[in-house]
Design a protein around this ligand. Sequence first.
Ligand code: ATP
Length: 676
Amino acid sequence: MAEPKTNELMEKIASLCKRRGFIFQSSEIYGGINGFWDYGPLGAELKRNVKELWWRSMTQERGDVVGLEATIIMHPKIWEASGHTSTFSDPMVDCLLTKKRFRADQVEPQSGVVFRFDDAVEAAAAISSANQSISDMPDGEQKEKLLRGVQKEVQLLRHALNLPRDQVFDPMELVGAFVRKYGRQGRSLERSFSVLVSSETESARAERVAQDFYEKQGLIAPIPRLARKEQVKDSKGFNSENGPGKGAELTPPRPFNLMFKTYVGPVESEENVAYLRPETAQAIFAQFKNVLETSRQKVPFGICQIGKAFRNEINPRNFTFRSREFEQMELEFFIRPDEAVEAICGKVASAAEVSNIEHRTADAQPSTLNPQPQPNWGWEAWHSYWVEQRIRWYESIGLPRATLVEYWQKPEELAHYARATVDILFKFPFSKRDDQGELTGEELEGVAARSDFDLSQHQRFSGKAMGVFDEELKVAWAKLDETTKQALGQRYQDARFAYLTKSGVAAEQAAWDAKADADGLAKGQYIPHVIEPSAGVDRLILALICHAYSEDQAPDEKGKLETRVVMRFHPRVAPIKVAIFPLLKNRPELVRKAEEVRELLRPHMAVFYDEVGAIGRRYRRQDEAGTPFGVTIDFDTLGEKGPELKDTVTLRDRDSMKQERVKTGDLLPLLLEKVR
Ligand code: ATP
């Protein structure tokens, strides 16, 4: 559970992000707010580029997906239908000492000895009761022993009163001073508290932690009472943040709903409660019918959305990876149920049969790698298709396949309605390593086959029909023989019955409804199934930044090698595409020409103009910003060294640092080809 020590690379990356204006801590001047991040000038450009590329590839470059932009706050019933109100929670535990909250599943198991205290009393009370008996006693060995026995309380009182350690005090005088200062005496607190330490010899440490705990509960100079000690193994009941074997007790796990709550309207009452959406997907389901009716799309088709989502994460961490406010890019792709596909096409193509969805191999020809969706695709083929499409998209923006992991969730990990889910992971520097030392990766995107669960839920909760009418199915069904009709109808009915009963509908009602659904199928009606590729923008930005970060050696102005930090962004996502440098800023003819080049490129791409400092330093600044191209306007451009070089510029490549002379007139098409 303890925050893994952010490795050195992540520290460098986070510091570059701040220094160069990619990412800042939100509200930094007020000390920041945990789990919230702002994007600076370069980060904002990077993010816009990524979102625009996603949008373009999802909608504009294909005919079967349309967009939506819905509100963040929606009717609270939406979250009841989706299950978020009742189940969108992580079990969490609180540290009784520090009050810090952790996700129960992230607590590190610890072994050692648990010291259990069941109450505590203020030192003054202990000392004064001991003193009562001591004062009646004749001097002697026993009295000495008793006096020695209150030394600990004396120390605690001294500490509470801030008195010097070496001065000798009469115990009762101390009690008097204590009472004068705090005005009360003799409180005790019956509240149990446990501490885990690595071995019995650390009892003093356990007691100190307990003292700290009881002090925080309001006791002054408390003396905890030890109830028992016991050996434990792999316990997840203690806070391990201070290291192994140094843990204060944690509360038992409790569910914690991750949705941010607010009130709509002036009255803060239960009926006005609303939530900031924890995902963008539900708006797509809620608007499914409106989009279907206005977009002239037919199943199979998709609706996509980019937008903010909010989750009150228990433990935001790893820079922006787990934030409380973030953006998602989600697609809901609606497909026919397999029974409808079979009725229309005679057979459903399995994912394995769809041979051209095979994954890319080193020698595969691109032509075999671009499967065209087919009418006989069922959910399996569509699911594999979207996994592959998404991985290709990541490749197209500069994340090679080798940096990604395709993780197929195991049956026991799947949500009850999901038929398959593939998580696309990126190997972040902070990812755990497997036994072979390979980074295991963290989730960038989930691609889930969610059956017809979502639309069915909204149909039940809203009372509005969410099904579609499919003319092709109606015509095909009429031509089927009776046995096939019977078999397909029964399969559909069984699936609907299973959904309904799992969702809490009584068996008798569910049987009736499922039969009605199967009758509907025969007339061309069904609730579409859905494949959902759901990606996080911020996690992707972090992946792009981590992948782009590199250090190499490059000569400085005097030719001496120095470390160069380069952000090797793919030109498509790079915040600035090209930087324009007049060689000298005090030569008006150079500046004029450079401004001309800037104006030539500016309408087409993000351009940065920089005339300050030595040219080498200007290159370095752009390397750190990840600008893939630099254009230098020098005396050759003006034709001073001969007419053949007039109107040519130097084009510098960020990664290879190679420079070539290019005609000004060729610059725009050449760059456009690389940045689009
Ligand atoms: P995790 O298991 O990491 O909490 P999840 O499985 O709950 O993620 P989904 O509900 O599937 O995530 O959300 C889809 C995508 O939204 C994730 O793949 C991720 O990219 C992004 N996302 C989810 N939670 C966060 C978060 N707290 N911060 C940033 N991005 C997030």
